[in-house]
Design a binder for this molecule. Structure first.
Ligand SMILES: *Cc1c(COP(=O)(O)O)cnc(C)c1O
Length: 567
């Protein structure tokens, strides 16, 4: 069944639904995909807008030295989507650029379908360069990026209108990439009575504000998209003539975050701590928080889905009921976990010949390889790592993740981890699995025994992999930042790194963090895993009951509906 009359339009530069549709780079896109899935389950009248990214977010390979190589991730769009036949145009540098809309449908667990439109400029009518605008996610330079954002924001609104969506009441910007939609809504408002941007007043801004919702995801100022004003003038035309004034222009740049902040009536960060950090960064705006989640059914392994079906019927429709995992017997939890672990170990051994053993404690780490995530923190002191494995208990670590093609430091980090893995040899087996995507993420988050996360605080806005792990009974060992500040009950749902009476330092002190990580492994986790299995399983159970039941997109969608869309 189709959404009868959508009231909400959700815009995101990336959305991840399926490993075969590589239009996502990381957490932002996975979140968008899970959000739409929950909207479909819950019959929230929403429509999604994103770009087609026909060459995807690259296919990852490594050369012999462990250096990442990228190839276009080609995929065949009409295997998955249908051409609506609907077109719209935007003007870039005075040229008309045609946009087409592909439709993808996401069905909820009772068949309700949410439409998502993938915008595409790869049309014969467009110039060769304009045709590439919807090819590469986060590719190219600032010029390319600004043009993409015009296609997404301005083009997105025009496509929705051309498709016949005239009763939309809310426009939700998932991060600032789609902020230009606000100026298009403003233009529509002015055009109603034949006015131009020059005659706009505060009441016009208010009309747009009432309709817009903005979710910010970035806790560092440099992470926010901004464009030099001369570039803006060149691409959009004279900026006064398109409504761009103070306070949207910040320090001589068009700042997409300020644009979204100015024109939104509801603004939120993605975890309580991130809300606080954002209020500090943008002190003149009122900023709330809604903590992220993951789509439970999408992330639960087959073995755990069967277990939940047996013990908690209805968990797919009511994720809160996962609290009843408290009554699932030890053996059943352990057995389901061993199934998921077998799948991961088998994949790891067949793919990179890692020689992993299913009886050994397995630690997982997989994310985008941005340097603040400090994937190599656990290698700070190799001698200590070896000594723990020798004296306390063996463990093996599996890594995965892509570095952005232009992020040389991220690539060096991957190379270093592959190199360190070779040095450690059999003392601490290390595997690096290539081409991290949705499928591999499912296998890893469900199949490891411990999910490791070591970002430098306060740079983790939320983080979601640990939530996927929790749904599969996998406890986290993580720095107290992002969602883990809310999710960690020490020794009950998992473990923090440096929480024992010592406040996590804002700057992130590498040596101290690594020391605390080693101490937890050495004194608590390894002895419990090998010597007190019952206690370990108790923590697995709590991860599901306390965290799986809460950190999901069903709860998150309820909060968006009540706080942001229709308070
Ligand atoms: C969940 C996921 C991410 C995001 O993980 P974070 O822990 O939020 O950084 C990135 N990539 C893939 C493929 C994922 O499944």
């Amino acid at each position: 069944m189709l959404t009868p009359d959508p009231k909400i339009a959700y815009f995101s530069m990336e959305i991840g639904f399926d490993s075969r549709i590589p239009t996502y780079a990381g957490g932002l896109g996975i979140l968008a995909g899970d959000f739409i899935r929950s909207a479909a389950d819950m019959r929230v009248p929403i429509v999604g807008v994103t770009l087609a990214h026909r060459k995807g977010y690259f296919f990852q390979q490594f050369d012999a030295s462990g250096w990442q190589k990228e190839e276009p991730a080609n995929w065949i769009i009409d295997d998955f989507m249908t051409d609506t036949g609907i077109r719209a145009t935007v003007t870039l540098e005075g040229r008309e650029v045609q946009i087409r809309a592909w439709k993808y449908e996401v069905s909820g667990n009772d068949g309700y379908a949410v439409p998502v439109y993938f915008l595409d400029t790869d049309l014969q009518e467009n110039s060769a360069w304009d045709r590439t605008l919807t090819h590469y996610l986060y590719g190219g330079d600032v010029h390319y990026r600004l043009c993409q954002e015009v296609v997404l924001g301005t083009g997105g609104i025009r496509i929705l209108r051309a498709l016949g969506y005239h009763n939309l009441q809310r426009f939700h910007m998932n991060e600032g990439h789609a902020s230009l939609l606000t100026l298009e809504l403003l233009r529509e408002q002015l055009q109603k009575d034949n006015r131009s941007y020059v005659d706009m007043g505060p009441e016009d801004i208010e009309v747009v504000r009432r309709q817009c919702v903005f979710t910010t995801h970035t806790p560092v100022p440099a992470g926010h998209d901004q464009f030099p004003l001369d570039l803006v003038d060149r691409v959009l035309g004279n900026r006064d003539a398109c409504g761009i004034h103070d306070p949207i222009c910040h320090e001589d740049r068009l700042n997409m975050t300020f644009l979204a902040l100015t024109f939104s009536h509801y603004i939120n960060g993605v975890a309580k701590k991130h809300g606080e950090v954002s209020r500090h960064m943008f002190s003149s705006y009122s900023i709330d928080s809604i903590t992220n989640g993951v789509h439970a059914e999408n992330w639960v392994s087959e073995a755990f889905a069967q277990l939940f079906d047996q013990h908690i019927p209805g968990w797919r429709q009511d994720n809160f009921s996962l609290r009843y995992a408290l009554s699932i017997p030890d053996e059943a939890i352990w057995e389901a976990h061993q199934h998921s672990k077998d799948v991961l170990i088998e994949r790891t051994n067949s793919e990179v010949n890692a020689g992993f053993d299913t009886d050994i404690l397995t630690i997982g780490f997989a994310r985008r390889f941005a340097t603040y995530k400090r994937a190599d923190l656990i290698f700070e002191d190799l001698e200590r790592l070896r000594k723990i494995a020798r004296d306390v208990g063996k463990f093996q670590i599996v890594f995965a993740g892509k570095a952005h093609p232009q992020d040389q430091d991220g690539k060096l980090l991957i190379q270093r981890i592959i190199e360190l893995g070779k040095m450690l040899g059999d003392d601490v087996p290390i595997a690096y699995l290539p081409h991290y995507n949705l499928d591999l993420a499912r296998i890893m988050t469900a199949g490891v025994d411990i999910w490791l996360n070591t970002p430098q605080p306060p740079l983790e806005a939320s983080g979601t992999s640990g939530m996927k792990a929790a749904l599969n009974g996998v406890p986290s060992l993580s720095i107290l930042d992002g969602w883990w500040i809310e999710g960690c009950i020490e020794g009950v749902t998992g473990w923090s790194i440096r929480a024992d009476g010592e406040a996590p330092q804002e700057a992130g002190d590498r040596a101290k963090d690594a020391d605390a990580l080693y101490t937890k492994l050495e004194q608590i986790i390894l002895p419990m895993f090998y010597g007190e299995r019952k206690r370990f399983i108790e923590i697995m159970r709590h991860a599901i009951a306390l965290n799986g039941s809460f950190f999901n997109t069903q709860r998150m969608m309820q909060q968006y509906v009540l706080k942001a869309y229709f308070p």
